[in-house]
Write a protein that binds this ligand. Structure first.
Ligand code: ZN
Ligand code: ZN
Length: 267
């Protein structure tokens, strides 16, 4: 009996993770190069050929940069929504002049669960400026993982999906004050802060204080901005918020990194 989460890369320069049961391994997003994905898997002792599928949250390049090469090399099913696939194909065609082929495309719809091996996947809509962005929960062997990054705020529907998770991977993108005084042009700052942008440390802390059910053994802070956040600030905010509800006794807070893979989180 096991369920494991491995954060291979997280942040605006590329996102990639693995969710694995004892018999099924899923790659979640393909935002770093194929070579780098394989390299990071190797450091964790993982064989890329053991992957059963690739799941894509949305078409922004930090989530799909390595997808075409990975799909070609691994020849495994790629799951995405129809709108995300179209947006991906359009972006790829703009670069190469022809429409890319996805050999084993599996379309899913937000709100409709599906199965990959023994892992049940539930995709749900998140507020973000992409064609059809989703977060996921994964269930296997009586355990649940919630995974949600790239969202401007946490609607009730998303908060509902995140109940009862044993591992919670959540965006802690920026510190509001660092973003405000930081180097981004005003238009970009506005986009990040908007309801379809990215989740701040403060918004995540509010969730922990007001809505979180204290269920997770591990809380992973993800998609941290390198310009507008600092790992220790994000950690301090999250731990302070979790402590207000006594949650720090139950939750271990981990930080996903852009530059290296985290040791797998095993349940
Ligand atoms: Zn992103
Ligand atoms: Zn995005």
């Amino acid at each position: 009996m096991s369920l494991a989460v491995s954060m291979l890369a997280s942040g605006s320069r590329g996102n990639c993770a693995i969710v694995a049961s004892a018999c099924t391994k899923i790659l979640l997003d393909a935002g770093i190069s194929c070579r780098e994905t394989f390299k990071r898997m190797k450091t964790l002792g993982e064989d890329p050929r053991s992957l059963a599928a690739i799941l894509i949250t949305h078409e922004h390049s930090d989530h799909i940069y390595g997808l075409a090469t990975l799909a070609k090399r691994l020849r495994i099913p790629v799951f995405m929504t129809g709108a995300t696939h179209q947006a991906w194909a359009r972006a790829m065609r703009d670069e190469n002049g022809e429409r890319p082929q996805m050999e084993k495309l599996e379309r899913f719809e937000s709100g409709h669960r599906f199965q990959v091996g023994d892992i049940e996947v539930r995709p749900f809509t998140i507020p973000h400026d992409a064609a059809d962005p989703v977060g996921f929960t994964f269930r296997a062997e009586g355990m649940k993982v919630g995974f949600v990054t790239d969202l401007g705020y946490l609607p009730i529907s998303v908060r509902d999906h995140l109940r009862g998770c044993d591992v919670l991977v959540m965006e802690s993108n920026h510190d509001l004050e660092m973003l405000r005084v930081g180097p981004y042009p005003w238009a970009v700052k506005q986009r990040v802060m908007s309801r379809v942008g990215h989740l701040s440390n403060e918004a995540l802390a509010n969730f922990f204080i007001n809505d979180y059910d204290n269920s997770a053994t591990f809380v992973v802070l993800a998609h941290l901005s390198e310009q507008n956040n600092h790992p220790e600030i994000a950690r301090r905010e999250a731990e302070r918020a979790l402590a207000t509800r006594g949650g720090l006794f139950h939750n271990r807070v981990l930080l996903a990194s852009q530059s290296e893979a985290l040791e797998p989180i095993r349940l």
